[in-house]
Ligand binder design. Sequence first.
Ligand SMILES: [Zn+2]
Length: 381
Amino acid sequence: MKSVSMPWASITARFPNLTELSHMNANKLVVAGVRAASISSMAILVAAGCSTMPRAGKSEPRTGDEIVAAGQMFHTGTRVVLWMDSGGYDAYRVERRFAPFNKSDWADTTAEVKTMKSPNRYGMRAAGLTPEQIEKVRGGGWDLPLLQDVVDQFVIHFDVAGTSRTCFQVLQDDRDLSVHFMLDLDGTIYQTLDLKERAWHATTSNDRSIGIEIANIGAYAKPGTNDLLAWYHQDPNGQTTITIPPRFGDGGERIKNFVGHPAHPDLIRGTIQGEDLVQYDFTPQQYDALTKLTASLCKIFPKIKCRYPVDAQGHLIPKKLPAAELKNYEGVLGHYHIQTNKTDPGPAFDWDRVIGGANKILKAESAEFPPRGGEQLTTGQ
Ligand SMILES: [Zn+2]
């Protein structure tokens, strides 16, 4: 009988076809002769007979492009597999994902993997919260407005694992680390945790950021590096092709028999943290997915500005930001903007393709759905 005490506003919000009734208050209903129709008895009527009311046990279909922030789902327009989906990667689990099942629990894990210190590979975004807010959110009580106030950076990584499956194995089974998203070679995005969680991926920015690990074997000083030779070859047509080494099996790609090609056929050279590096580009499928995810995150989290760190001339800053600049920076950035010992996402990462593309999506959407005068902007829904 919970519906009896349900506020009228939430009833009408859930059942939009009752909008006309919602304009009447209880007094008007009495004047109209519906003497017995108090708000609570109307709720009983609604609960008993409204044909649009969801039936018990009715499934709520997903479109497969949703991400989760503070328990709410948001569309991205690109393929997303959540941690609770079949084939997903669940960073909430204490067990190792790829160890033999009878050796996967925490007791065996700590005995076998000395680097593992914590059964939880994530924490709470506590920095900057008041003691009252900490009491509220511990146990999972984040609401979206509070999360929107805390999250202002989106950190881009390459995984040096080559595929998302191996990436998750390293994070979850070997390293005691986590990240909100992984982006596989075929463009599939995996979300491993609700964005409310403090994932362990970017040291000083963990409290305020969302992170993504993009499948790519990484950047190196020399073109002849073994990892580059193992992961790329020229196919008979002279096209540069990603070859997942046999020890990784099929690589776990969501799209079976996917054959990936870097967006540019040649090694890309560039300088990160003052170091000359070469790297093969990401796949077009990865760029497409990341662009849509970036647009979605910038929409859901207004503090994440859709931009990357640039100097006074408007050029990408290819190294760690000075501490004060990093502290004030709100937007998209690379792991190398946060730490001097990191070079990801590397010289090949095409910032203009992602940020330019995401801004195009946001601009097109705001033209299609312009905010009305005086209307407070709501985000993400
Ligand atoms: Zn990184």
